[in-house]
Design a protein around this ligand. Sequence first.
Ligand SMILES: *Cc1c(COP(=O)(O)O)cnc(C)c1O
Length: 468
Amino acid sequence: MSKLQQRMFLEIRNKEIFNQVQRYSFEYMETIFERNVFPTKKALNDLSIFEEELQEDSISAKDVLELLNTYGNPATTATLGGKYFGFVTGSAIPVGLAAKSLGTFWDQAPSMNVLSPVGSKLESVVEEWLVDLFSLPSKTSVGFVSGTSAANLCALAAARYHILKKNNWDINEKGLRNSPKIRIVTSKHAHSTVLKAIGILGLGKENIEWIDVDNQGRIIPELIPPLDRNTILILQAGNVNSGAFDDFDLICEKANVADAWVHIDGAFGLWAKAVKELNYLTKGIEKASSWAVDGHKTLNTPYDCGIVMCKDQEAITSALHMSGSYIVESNQRDGMFYTPEMSRRARIIELWAILKYLGKNGIDELILTMHLRAKQFAIAISKIEGFYVENEIVFNQVIVRCETDEATEQVMHTVQELRECWLGGSSWFGKKVMRMSVCSWATTEENIAKTVKSFQKALALVLTKTNA
Ligand SMILES: *Cc1c(COP(=O)(O)O)cnc(C)c1O
């Protein structure tokens, strides 16, 4: 046995490093709800400690972890807490963190059933749960990827495969050179990851036929060009600024008559389907061909967890297929046929745990609460002179601005510097805005009240400065 092996066996046996990490984790969780939402300047400066050459000799595991915790922990953003409202980030439900920790120790790769029977089983169970929760066609297949970026990419790869196949063109063999033309029709508010996928897949952003949106960021159905069997139409459940939903029922109807492929980017919004009071927003989604949704946003699974769903199993498995003489295919689920990767971590463990923990009513309550907190914020902030809410609060997003672009920017930076909450900026029909996304299970009425106070304080500070 080598010296290194001896040390590592000892580390397993005496468990000290695992106890050390457990202590750190508990300390982290105890303070995360109260501490600065964004790291202090000192914490950010201290990160320079990591800038060093890799040393020659192995060092103690305890020292490695101590270094990580001492300088890493203070430079985290408190996305786990209830006052982080940037980027539709999402917190993590406690049982999900716990299940993920257990899964970390199992270290499973659910690419093949034979490689991880438990991963394969949980994936096939959750596949059925999701198809049921979103009321999708019964043969819909589900792949578990890193996020909606990857899910959009996989779904659009399936669409590309399917359309070219209809034209007797096998994309896997022949590639795109001289291939029949695929039309891409999407909204002027399509998410940047959709455009990225179009780029990666060689479909060309220049070829996009853009559709104008209404004042909430929804596609105006009358402006959709005539569709045909060579078209991919990309819709959105949850506009990244306003949270608005396209009119799926009407639009999918049209697309189905034309035999076009409809993909829905529902990164955070698709979950509205699982909420009784909000599922009017997702009416008709079952008429689409593919869907992308995240676990790590609205559902609050730990990072990373994305889901691609495709009603045409042949299209997605053919688009992502790989083969090799050593691969063992089973008559059960081999996860790698539904994702671009062969090896990947078993993120299904925490996804399964969270769904099992919540049940249908728990999902409903979790997401409805986020919606109510967003409304609470919008109502409170619009009562303060100098703030304007720019969108209808249909889901969890609130767009706020001040009198001028300049004031909006200054107030946003001041809110960020106060560190009592965090949110980012965006632009909305030519105006600078602040974008508030309520997507943590931990956001309480009190958190929202404090956040409103923080905005009020920031505006007062900016006005004092401007008038001085
Ligand atoms: C966040 C988001 C994405 C990208 O998802 P990731 O999980 O970050 O890869 C795509 N579309 C929309 C609408 C989003 O909100």
